[in-house]
Design a protein around this ligand. Structure first.
Ligand code: PAN
Ligand code: ZN
Length: 175
């Protein structure tokens, strides 16, 4: 049987709002949501491989739709510890944005839609944002030995925020 990369497999990571709450701009909205619930923001499924530089990690992320205040759900985001390690990000389902930025303040945003591809070059960190009312599913491929630096993002956050411009419609702007 041919494996379907849109279907979850292997190692699983679940990130809830409480795991990334400090990254959202509207802390009042965070507390209001957490008083009732701790929603899952995204899940990552990866093919288990040895963590050496000869192997590739192939991960499927399912980023659920939703907002905290007017800010759309996003992945935590990270740099790779190895500054030479790039990443390939491919849209499978839904609509979103891939935000990439380097450690010198250069940043870009790219649309992520089914069959589109975003390249996060060496030295660039990456975060994905769901700007739709459906699941955003994407595939990420990078070397298995890159190492993940989440600390820098937890301390400084990303340069771009993606917010809704309308209460009901999923129109967005990047600020
Ligand atoms: C991706 C990410 C995945 C979840 O597989 O790990 O989308 O995002 P966070 O790792 O920022 O929580 C990847 O970039 N791997 O290197
Ligand atoms: Zn990565």
């Amino acid at each position: 049987m041919i494996p379907d990369i849109r279907k979850p497999y292997g190692d699983k990571i679940i990130r809830k709002l409480s795991d990334i709450k400090s990254l959202f701009a509207d802390q009042k909205a965070v507390e209001e949501i957490l008083a009732k619930d701790d929603p899952v923001i995204y899940e990552v499924y990866a093919l288990p491989v040895p963590s050496d530089g000869d192997n590739l990690v192939i991960g499927t992320t399912i980023l659920f739709p939703g907002r905290v205040g007017n800010e759309f759900y996003f992945t935590k985001g990270h740099f790779h510890n190895d500054p030479d390690a790039a990443e390939s990000i491919m849209g499978l389902e839904g609509k979103g944005l891939a935000l990439i930025q380097d450690r010198n303040g250069k940043f870009e945003s790219h649309e992520l839609t089914p069959f589109s591809h975003v390249y996060s070059p060496p030295g660039f960190g990456h975060r994905v944002v769901n700007v739709s009312d459906e699941n955003l599913v994407f595939l990420s491929i990078c070397r298995a030995d890159v190492g993940h630096d989440y600390e820098t993002i937890m301390a400084d956050n990303f340069a771009m925020k993606v917010v809704a411009t309308d209460k009901n419609l999923y129109n967005y702007e990047i600020i």
